[in-house]
Design a protein around this ligand. Sequence first.
Ligand code: ADP
Ligand code: MG
Length: 526
Amino acid sequence: MQYEAVIGLEVHVQVKTRSKMFTRVAAGYGEPPNTLTDPVVLALPGVLPVMNQAALDQVIKVGLMLGCEIAPVCKWDRKNYFYPDSPKNYQISQYDQPICRGGVVEIELPGPSRNVMGEHKQIPLTRIHLEEDVGKLNHAGTESLVDYNRAGTPLMEIVSEPALHSAEEAFAYLTALKMVMVYGGISDCDMEKGQMRCDANVSIRRAGEQKLGTKVELKNLNSISFVRDGIAHEIRRQITVVEAGGTIVQETRDYDGQTGTSQSLRSKEMAHDYRYFPDPDLMPVKVDEAWKDRLRAACPELPFDKQRRFFGEYRLPYTLTSVLVPDLSICDFFENAVREGRSIRKQSSTPDPTLNPQAYASSFGGPQPMSVPPAGVAPSAQGAQSFYYPTGTWIANDLLREVASAKSTLLNCRVRPEHIADLVKLIEDCVISTPIAKEIFREIFVTGEMPTAIVGRKGLRQSTDAGELEKWCVEAIAANPKSVVDFKGGKENAINAMKGFVMKQSKGKANPRLVDEILRRKLAGR
Ligand code: ADP
Ligand code: MG
Protein backbone atom coordinates (compact mmCIF):
# COMPACT_ATOMS: atom_id res chain seq x y z
CA MET A 1 0.00 0.00 0.00
CA GLN A 2 1.26 3.47 -0.90
CA TYR A 3 0.76 6.28 1.60
CA GLU A 4 1.10 10.02 1.36
CA ALA A 5 2.20 11.99 4.40
CA VAL A 6 0.51 15.34 5.13
CA ILE A 7 2.21 17.82 7.41
CA GLY A 8 1.24 21.26 8.71
CA LEU A 9 3.62 23.26 10.90
CA GLU A 10 2.86 25.71 13.67
CA VAL A 11 5.99 27.79 14.22
CA HIS A 12 6.49 30.25 17.08
CA VAL A 13 9.06 32.98 16.52
CA GLN A 14 10.10 35.52 19.15
CA VAL A 15 10.02 39.01 17.70
CA LYS A 16 13.24 40.95 18.33
CA THR A 17 12.15 44.08 20.23
CA ARG A 18 13.73 46.05 23.05
CA SER A 19 10.74 45.76 25.36
CA LYS A 20 7.98 43.24 25.96
CA MET A 21 4.66 42.93 24.15
CA PHE A 22 2.42 44.87 26.56
CA THR A 23 4.81 46.65 28.92
CA ARG A 24 8.10 48.57 28.87
CA VAL A 25 10.31 46.11 30.75
CA ALA A 26 13.21 44.80 28.63
CA ALA A 27 12.90 41.57 26.67
CA GLY A 28 16.03 39.41 26.80
CA TYR A 29 17.71 36.07 27.21
CA GLY A 30 20.22 34.66 29.67
CA GLU A 31 19.58 37.21 32.45
CA PRO A 32 19.31 36.06 36.10
CA PRO A 33 15.84 34.53 36.73
CA ASN A 34 12.92 36.91 37.27
CA THR A 35 14.91 40.10 36.65
CA LEU A 36 13.04 40.99 33.44
CA THR A 37 9.71 41.40 35.19
CA ASP A 38 7.46 44.22 36.28
CA PRO A 39 3.92 44.46 37.69
CA VAL A 40 2.38 43.88 34.23
CA VAL A 41 4.45 40.73 33.56
CA LEU A 42 3.61 39.46 37.06
CA ALA A 43 -0.07 40.44 36.62
CA LEU A 44 -0.25 42.32 39.91
CA PRO A 45 -3.66 43.82 40.71
CA GLY A 46 -4.60 47.00 38.89
CA VAL A 47 -2.12 46.84 36.00
CA LEU A 48 -3.11 47.49 32.39
CA PRO A 49 -1.38 46.37 29.18
CA VAL A 50 -0.16 48.81 26.50
CA MET A 51 0.64 47.44 23.04
CA ASN A 52 4.25 47.53 21.78
CA GLN A 53 3.94 48.99 18.30
CA ALA A 54 7.41 47.82 17.24
CA ALA A 55 6.28 44.21 17.66
CA LEU A 56 3.18 44.74 15.53
CA ASP A 57 5.36 46.49 12.91
CA GLN A 58 7.59 43.43 12.67
CA VAL A 59 4.71 41.03 12.15
CA ILE A 60 3.12 43.24 9.49
CA LYS A 61 6.55 43.41 7.82
CA VAL A 62 6.81 39.60 7.76
CA GLY A 63 3.29 39.44 6.37
CA LEU A 64 4.23 41.82 3.56
CA MET A 65 7.41 39.86 2.82
CA LEU A 66 5.45 36.62 2.55
CA GLY A 67 2.59 38.10 0.53
CA CYS A 68 -0.05 37.81 3.27
CA GLU A 69 -3.23 39.83 3.43
CA ILE A 70 -2.92 42.29 6.34
CA ALA A 71 -6.02 42.73 8.54
CA PRO A 72 -7.32 46.31 8.56
CA VAL A 73 -7.73 46.11 12.35
CA CYS A 74 -5.44 44.45 14.87
CA LYS A 75 -7.64 42.92 17.55
CA TRP A 76 -6.61 41.17 20.80
CA ASP A 77 -8.21 38.18 22.53
CA ARG A 78 -7.73 36.40 25.82
CA LYS A 79 -6.87 32.72 25.69
CA ASN A 80 -7.75 31.36 29.11
CA TYR A 81 -5.88 28.55 30.81
CA PHE A 82 -4.39 27.84 34.19
CA TYR A 83 -0.73 26.98 34.42
CA PRO A 84 2.13 28.40 36.49
CA ASP A 85 3.98 29.70 33.39
CA SER A 86 1.33 32.42 33.04
CA PRO A 87 0.59 34.52 36.14
CA LYS A 88 -2.51 36.14 34.57
CA ASN A 89 -4.21 32.79 33.95
CA TYR A 90 -4.68 33.89 30.37
CA GLN A 91 -2.47 34.69 27.41
CA ILE A 92 -3.14 37.71 25.22
CA SER A 93 -3.35 36.40 21.66
CA GLN A 94 -5.33 36.81 18.44
CA TYR A 95 -8.15 34.36 17.83
CA ASP A 96 -10.59 35.05 14.99
CA GLN A 97 -8.76 37.99 13.42
CA PRO A 98 -5.07 37.22 12.97
CA ILE A 99 -3.00 40.16 11.73
CA CYS A 100 -1.93 38.18 8.61
CA ARG A 101 -3.80 35.68 6.44
CA GLY A 102 -2.60 33.66 3.45
CA GLY A 103 0.80 34.19 1.90
CA VAL A 104 3.47 31.64 0.99
CA VAL A 105 6.90 30.47 2.03
CA GLU A 106 9.12 29.52 -0.92
CA ILE A 107 11.23 26.45 -0.15
CA GLU A 108 14.08 24.67 -1.89
CA LEU A 109 14.32 20.88 -1.70
CA PRO A 110 17.75 19.28 -1.66
CA GLY A 111 19.16 18.75 -5.18
CA PRO A 112 20.87 15.54 -6.34
CA SER A 113 24.14 16.96 -4.99
CA ARG A 114 25.26 20.01 -3.05
CA ASN A 115 26.47 21.65 -6.25
CA VAL A 116 23.07 21.57 -7.86
CA MET A 117 19.95 23.57 -7.23
CA GLY A 118 16.96 21.57 -6.00
CA GLU A 119 13.28 21.92 -6.82
CA HIS A 120 11.46 25.01 -5.51
CA LYS A 121 7.92 25.00 -4.09
CA GLN A 122 5.54 27.56 -2.64
CA ILE A 123 4.04 26.43 0.68
CA PRO A 124 0.78 28.23 1.47
CA LEU A 125 0.24 29.79 4.90
CA THR A 126 -3.02 29.84 6.84
CA ARG A 127 -2.27 32.73 9.17
CA ILE A 128 0.27 34.62 11.24
CA HIS A 129 -0.78 36.12 14.55
CA LEU A 130 0.92 37.91 17.41
CA GLU A 131 0.74 36.95 21.08
CA GLU A 132 2.84 37.04 24.22
CA ASP A 133 5.26 34.32 25.26
CA VAL A 134 4.90 32.53 28.58
CA GLY A 135 7.39 31.97 31.42
CA LYS A 136 9.57 28.93 31.84
CA LEU A 137 9.31 26.12 34.36
CA ASN A 138 12.48 24.45 35.56
CA HIS A 139 11.85 21.06 37.11
CA ALA A 140 14.33 19.79 39.68
CA GLY A 141 13.38 16.57 41.43
CA THR A 142 10.03 17.15 43.13
CA GLU A 143 10.42 20.93 42.98
CA SER A 144 9.53 23.21 40.08
CA LEU A 145 10.93 26.70 39.77
CA VAL A 146 9.40 29.36 37.55
CA ASP A 147 11.24 32.11 35.68
CA TYR A 148 9.12 34.92 34.21
CA ASN A 149 11.92 36.54 32.19
CA ARG A 150 10.46 35.14 28.97
CA ALA A 151 6.84 35.89 29.95
CA GLY A 152 5.34 38.69 27.88
CA THR A 153 7.98 38.57 25.12
CA PRO A 154 6.37 39.29 21.71
CA LEU A 155 5.81 35.98 19.97
CA MET A 156 4.36 35.36 16.53
CA GLU A 157 2.80 32.14 15.40
CA ILE A 158 3.06 31.14 11.75
CA VAL A 159 0.59 28.42 10.79
CA SER A 160 1.05 26.58 7.50
CA GLU A 161 -1.64 24.82 5.51
CA PRO A 162 -1.41 21.01 5.60
CA ALA A 163 0.64 21.22 2.40
CA LEU A 164 3.99 19.65 3.23
CA HIS A 165 4.48 16.02 2.26
CA SER A 166 7.79 14.83 3.67
CA ALA A 167 10.21 15.37 6.52
CA GLU A 168 12.62 16.96 3.99
CA GLU A 169 9.97 19.49 2.93
CA ALA A 170 9.38 20.42 6.57
CA PHE A 171 13.13 20.86 7.02
CA ALA A 172 13.33 23.05 3.91
CA TYR A 173 10.31 25.07 5.08
CA LEU A 174 11.88 25.88 8.45
CA THR A 175 15.21 26.69 6.84
CA ALA A 176 13.54 29.08 4.40
CA LEU A 177 11.30 30.65 7.04
CA LYS A 178 14.29 31.24 9.32
CA MET A 179 16.19 32.87 6.44
CA VAL A 180 13.29 35.27 5.79
CA MET A 181 13.04 36.17 9.49
CA VAL A 182 16.77 36.83 9.76
CA TYR A 183 16.79 38.86 6.50
CA GLY A 184 13.95 41.02 7.75
CA GLY A 185 15.65 41.61 11.12
CA ILE A 186 12.52 40.12 12.71
CA SER A 187 14.26 37.48 14.83
CA ASP A 188 17.55 35.62 15.02
CA CYS A 189 15.53 32.37 15.20
CA ASP A 190 18.09 30.68 17.42
CA MET A 191 16.26 27.45 18.31
CA GLU A 192 18.66 26.73 21.16
CA LYS A 193 17.56 29.96 22.81
CA GLY A 194 13.92 29.16 22.11
CA GLN A 195 13.61 32.05 19.64
CA MET A 196 12.03 29.68 17.14
CA ARG A 197 9.92 26.68 18.17
CA CYS A 198 7.96 24.27 16.07
CA ASP A 199 5.00 21.93 16.55
CA ALA A 200 4.47 19.51 13.69
CA ASN A 201 1.07 18.06 12.76
CA VAL A 202 1.41 14.79 10.90
CA SER A 203 -1.12 12.50 9.23
CA ILE A 204 -1.04 9.90 6.50
CA ARG A 205 -3.56 8.92 3.86
CA ARG A 206 -3.69 6.43 1.03
CA ALA A 207 -2.04 7.71 -2.12
CA GLY A 208 -4.66 9.44 -4.27
CA GLU A 209 -7.04 10.04 -1.33
CA GLN A 210 -8.27 13.64 -0.93
CA LYS A 211 -9.63 13.50 2.62
CA LEU A 212 -7.13 14.29 5.37
CA GLY A 213 -6.21 11.56 7.84
CA THR A 214 -6.30 11.93 11.63
CA LYS A 215 -3.45 14.15 12.75
CA VAL A 216 -0.93 13.68 15.51
CA GLU A 217 0.81 16.71 16.93
CA LEU A 218 4.52 16.48 17.78
CA LYS A 219 5.82 18.84 20.46
CA ASN A 220 9.21 19.83 21.83
CA LEU A 221 11.05 19.65 18.54
CA ASN A 222 13.89 21.95 19.48
CA SER A 223 16.11 21.91 16.42
CA ILE A 224 15.39 21.91 12.70
CA SER A 225 17.01 18.47 12.43
CA PHE A 226 14.86 17.11 15.26
CA VAL A 227 11.76 18.36 13.41
CA ARG A 228 12.85 16.42 10.35
CA ASP A 229 13.74 13.29 12.33
CA GLY A 230 10.60 13.49 14.46
CA ILE A 231 8.33 13.77 11.41
CA ALA A 232 10.11 10.91 9.60
CA HIS A 233 9.72 8.79 12.74
CA GLU A 234 6.02 9.70 13.10
CA ILE A 235 5.25 8.88 9.45
CA ARG A 236 6.83 5.45 9.90
CA ARG A 237 4.97 4.90 13.17
CA GLN A 238 1.60 5.76 11.63
CA ILE A 239 2.18 3.49 8.62
CA THR A 240 3.13 0.64 10.95
CA VAL A 241 -0.05 1.16 13.01
CA VAL A 242 -2.29 1.27 9.92
CA GLU A 243 -0.57 -1.70 8.26
CA ALA A 244 -1.17 -3.73 11.43
CA GLY A 245 -4.89 -2.98 11.11
CA GLY A 246 -4.94 -0.28 13.78
CA THR A 247 -6.27 3.31 13.61
CA ILE A 248 -4.50 6.55 14.36
CA VAL A 249 -5.88 8.40 17.38
CA GLN A 250 -5.73 12.17 17.55
CA GLU A 251 -3.15 12.98 20.21
CA THR A 252 -0.12 15.05 21.11
CA ARG A 253 3.18 13.19 21.23
CA ASP A 254 6.54 14.15 22.62
CA TYR A 255 9.48 13.32 20.34
CA ASP A 256 12.86 12.77 21.98
CA GLY A 257 15.55 13.74 19.51
CA GLN A 258 18.29 12.08 21.54
CA THR A 259 16.73 8.62 21.55
CA GLY A 260 14.67 8.95 18.35
CA THR A 261 11.47 7.77 20.11
CA SER A 262 8.12 9.38 20.92
CA GLN A 263 5.45 8.94 23.58
CA SER A 264 1.89 10.12 24.00
CA LEU A 265 1.44 13.32 26.05
CA ARG A 266 -2.32 13.76 25.87
CA SER A 267 -5.24 12.62 23.76
CA LYS A 268 -8.06 14.59 22.16
CA GLU A 269 -10.36 14.08 25.18
CA MET A 270 -8.01 16.21 27.24
CA ALA A 271 -7.97 19.05 24.71
CA HIS A 272 -8.18 22.51 26.26
CA ASP A 273 -11.18 24.78 26.07
CA TYR A 274 -9.58 28.18 26.00
CA ARG A 275 -12.84 30.19 26.19
CA TYR A 276 -11.44 32.97 23.99
CA PHE A 277 -12.99 36.44 24.25
CA PRO A 278 -11.85 39.92 23.19
CA ASP A 279 -9.51 41.52 25.69
CA PRO A 280 -11.44 44.43 27.22
CA ASP A 281 -8.19 46.14 28.32
CA LEU A 282 -6.79 46.61 24.82
CA MET A 283 -8.17 48.83 22.08
CA PRO A 284 -8.24 47.42 18.55
CA VAL A 285 -5.60 49.12 16.41
CA LYS A 286 -6.34 50.31 12.88
CA VAL A 287 -3.64 49.43 10.33
CA ASP A 288 -4.00 51.89 7.44
CA GLU A 289 -2.35 52.02 4.00
CA ALA A 290 0.28 54.57 5.06
CA TRP A 291 1.37 52.28 7.89
CA LYS A 292 1.72 49.34 5.50
CA ASP A 293 3.55 51.48 2.91
CA ARG A 294 6.10 52.55 5.51
CA LEU A 295 6.81 48.90 6.37
CA ARG A 296 6.76 47.79 2.74
CA ALA A 297 9.61 50.25 2.09
CA ALA A 298 11.62 48.51 4.85
CA CYS A 299 11.16 44.99 3.43
CA PRO A 300 14.39 43.49 2.06
CA GLU A 301 14.59 41.50 -1.15
CA LEU A 302 13.69 37.88 -0.32
CA PRO A 303 16.57 35.38 -0.21
CA PHE A 304 15.53 33.27 -3.21
CA ASP A 305 14.77 36.41 -5.26
CA LYS A 306 18.26 37.62 -4.46
CA GLN A 307 19.72 34.26 -5.49
CA ARG A 308 17.90 34.41 -8.83
CA ARG A 309 19.20 37.95 -9.35
CA PHE A 310 22.76 36.80 -8.57
CA PHE A 311 22.42 34.10 -11.25
CA GLY A 312 21.18 36.58 -13.82
CA GLU A 313 23.06 39.76 -13.00
CA TYR A 314 26.44 38.29 -12.02
CA ARG A 315 26.27 34.86 -13.68
CA LEU A 316 27.39 33.28 -10.39
CA PRO A 317 27.23 29.49 -10.13
CA TYR A 318 24.77 27.88 -7.74
CA THR A 319 27.44 26.72 -5.27
CA LEU A 320 28.74 30.24 -4.81
CA THR A 321 25.28 31.78 -4.39
CA SER A 322 24.44 29.16 -1.78
CA VAL A 323 27.32 30.45 0.34
CA LEU A 324 26.51 34.14 -0.16
CA VAL A 325 22.71 34.21 -0.09
CA PRO A 326 21.85 32.85 3.38
CA ASP A 327 23.63 35.82 4.98
CA LEU A 328 22.45 39.29 4.02
CA SER A 329 25.63 40.97 5.31
CA ILE A 330 27.75 38.73 3.04
CA CYS A 331 25.51 39.58 0.07
CA ASP A 332 25.85 43.28 0.79
CA PHE A 333 29.62 42.93 1.13
CA PHE A 334 29.76 41.18 -2.23
CA GLU A 335 27.62 43.76 -3.98
CA ASN A 336 29.67 46.60 -2.49
CA ALA A 337 32.85 44.93 -3.76
CA VAL A 338 31.26 44.62 -7.20
CA ARG A 339 30.30 48.30 -7.15
CA GLU A 340 33.85 49.20 -6.15
CA GLY A 341 35.21 46.91 -8.88
CA ARG A 342 33.04 48.58 -11.50
CA SER A 343 34.18 52.00 -10.44
CA ILE A 344 37.93 51.20 -10.55
CA ARG A 345 37.47 49.61 -13.99
CA LYS A 346 35.85 52.79 -15.25
CA GLN A 347 38.89 54.79 -14.18
CA SER A 348 41.55 52.37 -15.42
CA SER A 349 42.80 52.20 -18.98
CA THR A 350 43.42 48.44 -18.99
CA PRO A 351 41.30 46.53 -21.48
CA ASP A 352 37.99 45.24 -20.23
CA PRO A 353 38.45 41.56 -19.30
CA THR A 354 34.93 40.84 -20.42
CA LEU A 355 36.20 41.35 -23.98
CA ASN A 356 38.74 38.55 -23.67
CA PRO A 357 37.16 35.86 -21.53
CA GLN A 358 39.70 33.16 -22.41
CA ALA A 359 42.73 35.13 -21.35
CA TYR A 360 40.86 36.36 -18.34
CA ALA A 361 39.92 32.85 -17.27
CA SER A 362 43.46 31.58 -17.65
CA SER A 363 44.73 34.31 -15.36
CA PHE A 364 42.61 32.67 -12.67
CA GLY A 365 43.94 29.21 -13.40
CA GLY A 366 41.69 28.06 -16.18
CA PRO A 367 38.05 27.96 -17.13
CA GLN A 368 35.52 28.31 -14.36
CA PRO A 369 31.88 27.37 -14.04
CA MET A 370 29.77 30.41 -14.76
CA SER A 371 26.50 28.95 -15.91
CA VAL A 372 23.16 29.36 -14.25
CA PRO A 373 22.33 25.78 -13.42
CA PRO A 374 18.72 24.83 -14.01
CA ALA A 375 17.28 22.60 -11.28
CA GLY A 376 18.87 19.17 -11.29
CA VAL A 377 21.67 20.00 -13.70
CA ALA A 378 25.32 20.33 -12.69
CA PRO A 379 27.02 23.61 -13.61
CA SER A 380 29.02 23.30 -16.81
CA ALA A 381 32.48 24.77 -17.27
CA GLN A 382 32.25 27.94 -19.29
CA GLY A 383 34.86 30.66 -19.27
CA ALA A 384 34.97 33.25 -16.53
CA GLN A 385 33.53 36.32 -18.12
CA SER A 386 33.77 38.98 -15.49
CA PHE A 387 35.31 39.95 -12.20
CA TYR A 388 32.08 38.99 -10.40
CA TYR A 389 33.05 35.37 -9.98
CA PRO A 390 36.54 35.96 -8.51
CA THR A 391 35.09 38.71 -6.33
CA GLY A 392 32.53 36.24 -4.98
CA THR A 393 35.03 33.43 -4.44
CA TRP A 394 37.52 35.64 -2.58
CA ILE A 395 34.71 36.58 -0.21
CA ALA A 396 33.09 33.15 0.07
CA ASN A 397 36.33 31.19 0.48
CA ASP A 398 39.26 33.26 1.67
CA LEU A 399 37.57 36.06 3.57
CA LEU A 400 34.96 33.93 5.34
CA ARG A 401 37.62 31.40 6.31
CA GLU A 402 39.83 34.11 7.85
CA VAL A 403 36.85 35.69 9.59
CA ALA A 404 35.86 32.32 11.06
CA SER A 405 39.35 31.41 12.22
CA ALA A 406 39.80 34.83 13.83
CA LYS A 407 36.38 34.34 15.50
CA SER A 408 35.47 37.74 14.09
CA THR A 409 32.55 38.92 11.96
CA LEU A 410 32.39 40.36 8.48
CA LEU A 411 31.26 43.72 9.84
CA ASN A 412 34.09 43.94 12.38
CA CYS A 413 36.98 42.74 10.26
CA ARG A 414 39.52 45.06 8.62
CA VAL A 415 38.97 43.78 5.09
CA ARG A 416 36.49 46.04 3.31
CA PRO A 417 34.87 45.58 -0.10
CA GLU A 418 37.52 47.96 -1.56
CA HIS A 419 40.29 45.53 -0.57
CA ILE A 420 38.64 42.68 -2.44
CA ALA A 421 38.00 44.84 -5.50
CA ASP A 422 41.62 46.00 -5.52
CA LEU A 423 42.99 42.48 -5.09
CA VAL A 424 40.86 41.03 -7.89
CA LYS A 425 41.94 43.86 -10.20
CA LEU A 426 45.64 43.27 -9.42
CA ILE A 427 45.30 39.61 -10.39
CA GLU A 428 43.26 40.44 -13.45
CA ASP A 429 45.90 42.92 -14.63
CA CYS A 430 48.58 40.28 -14.05
CA VAL A 431 50.33 42.51 -11.54
CA ILE A 432 50.38 39.62 -9.07
CA SER A 433 49.74 35.91 -9.38
CA THR A 434 47.05 34.13 -7.42
CA PRO A 435 49.57 32.47 -5.04
CA ILE A 436 51.07 35.88 -4.22
CA ALA A 437 47.55 37.26 -3.74
CA LYS A 438 46.80 34.45 -1.28
CA GLU A 439 49.98 35.29 0.57
CA ILE A 440 49.23 38.98 0.97
CA PHE A 441 45.59 38.36 1.78
CA ARG A 442 46.46 37.28 5.32
CA GLU A 443 48.38 40.51 5.76
CA ILE A 444 45.46 42.57 4.49
CA PHE A 445 43.26 40.80 6.99
CA VAL A 446 45.55 41.70 9.87
CA THR A 447 46.58 45.26 8.95
CA GLY A 448 43.83 46.53 6.65
CA GLU A 449 46.48 47.83 4.25
CA MET A 450 45.36 48.10 0.61
CA PRO A 451 46.67 45.28 -1.63
CA THR A 452 48.19 47.76 -4.10
CA ALA A 453 50.14 49.38 -1.28
CA ILE A 454 51.48 46.03 -0.02
CA VAL A 455 52.53 45.02 -3.53
CA GLY A 456 54.40 48.31 -3.96
CA ARG A 457 56.03 48.26 -0.55
CA LYS A 458 57.23 44.66 -0.85
CA GLY A 459 58.12 44.71 -4.53
CA LEU A 460 55.74 41.87 -5.33
CA ARG A 461 54.86 42.89 -8.89
CA GLN A 462 55.12 39.82 -11.01
CA SER A 463 57.64 39.59 -13.74
CA THR A 464 56.49 40.31 -17.24
CA ASP A 465 60.09 40.96 -18.29
CA ALA A 466 60.27 38.88 -21.48
CA GLY A 467 64.03 38.26 -21.25
CA GLU A 468 63.82 36.96 -17.72
CA LEU A 469 60.79 34.78 -18.48
CA GLU A 470 62.44 33.35 -21.61
CA LYS A 471 65.50 32.40 -19.58
CA TRP A 472 63.44 30.59 -16.93
CA CYS A 473 61.44 28.78 -19.61
CA VAL A 474 64.61 27.54 -21.35
CA GLU A 475 65.83 26.27 -17.97
CA ALA A 476 62.49 24.60 -17.29
CA ILE A 477 62.57 22.72 -20.59
CA ALA A 478 66.15 21.61 -20.00
CA ALA A 479 65.36 20.41 -16.48
CA ASN A 480 62.25 18.40 -17.40
CA PRO A 481 63.14 16.17 -20.36
CA LYS A 482 60.47 13.59 -19.54
CA SER A 483 57.71 16.20 -19.39
CA VAL A 484 58.86 17.54 -22.76
CA VAL A 485 58.55 14.07 -24.33
CA ASP A 486 55.17 13.53 -22.69
CA PHE A 487 53.87 16.91 -23.81
CA LYS A 488 55.00 16.36 -27.37
CA GLY A 489 53.35 12.92 -27.20
CA GLY A 490 50.02 14.62 -26.55
CA LYS A 491 49.91 14.75 -22.76
CA GLU A 492 48.61 18.28 -22.30
CA ASN A 493 49.08 18.21 -18.49
CA ALA A 494 52.81 17.57 -18.78
CA ILE A 495 53.33 21.29 -19.32
CA ASN A 496 52.40 21.92 -15.68
CA ALA A 497 55.69 20.50 -14.39
CA MET A 498 57.58 23.06 -16.50
CA LYS A 499 55.29 25.89 -15.42
CA GLY A 500 55.83 24.86 -11.80
CA PHE A 501 59.59 25.00 -12.35
CA VAL A 502 59.38 28.55 -13.68
CA MET A 503 57.14 29.60 -10.82
CA LYS A 504 59.64 28.21 -8.35
CA GLN A 505 62.59 29.94 -10.01
CA SER A 506 60.71 33.22 -10.05
CA LYS A 507 59.49 32.79 -6.46
CA GLY A 508 55.92 32.97 -7.73
CA LYS A 509 56.42 36.26 -9.51
CA ALA A 510 56.32 35.04 -13.11
CA ASN A 511 53.15 35.89 -15.00
CA PRO A 512 51.54 32.47 -15.57
CA ARG A 513 49.80 33.48 -18.78
CA LEU A 514 53.02 34.67 -20.39
CA VAL A 515 54.90 31.61 -19.12
CA ASP A 516 52.30 29.39 -20.73
CA GLU A 517 52.66 31.23 -24.04
CA ILE A 518 56.44 31.14 -24.04
CA LEU A 519 56.64 27.46 -23.08
CA ARG A 520 54.20 26.45 -25.81
CA ARG A 521 56.07 28.49 -28.37
CA LYS A 522 59.43 26.98 -27.39
CA LEU A 523 58.06 23.42 -27.24
CA ALA A 524 56.64 23.88 -30.70
CA GLY A 525 60.17 24.75 -31.76
CA ARG A 526 59.34 28.31 -32.71
P1 ADP B 1 -5.83 22.71 15.89
O1 ADP B 1 -7.09 23.48 16.04
O2 ADP B 1 -5.89 21.33 16.42
O3 ADP B 1 -4.62 23.47 16.32
P2 ADP B 1 -5.68 23.52 13.18
O4 ADP B 1 -6.74 23.21 12.20
O5 ADP B 1 -5.56 24.89 13.72
O6 ADP B 1 -5.70 22.46 14.33
O7 ADP B 1 -4.30 23.19 12.46
C1 ADP B 1 -3.11 23.27 13.12
C2 ADP B 1 -2.01 22.82 12.17
O8 ADP B 1 -2.22 21.47 11.81
C3 ADP B 1 -1.97 23.58 10.87
O9 ADP B 1 -0.62 23.81 10.52
C4 ADP B 1 -2.63 22.63 9.88
O10 ADP B 1 -2.08 22.81 8.59
C5 ADP B 1 -2.24 21.31 10.42
N1 ADP B 1 -3.22 20.25 10.12
C6 ADP B 1 -4.55 20.29 10.27
N2 ADP B 1 -5.11 19.12 9.92
C7 ADP B 1 -4.10 18.29 9.55
C8 ADP B 1 -4.02 16.93 9.10
N3 ADP B 1 -5.09 16.18 8.99
N4 ADP B 1 -2.80 16.45 8.83
C9 ADP B 1 -1.69 17.18 8.98
N5 ADP B 1 -1.69 18.45 9.39
C10 ADP B 1 -2.89 19.01 9.68
MG1 MG C 1 -3.01 24.28 17.09
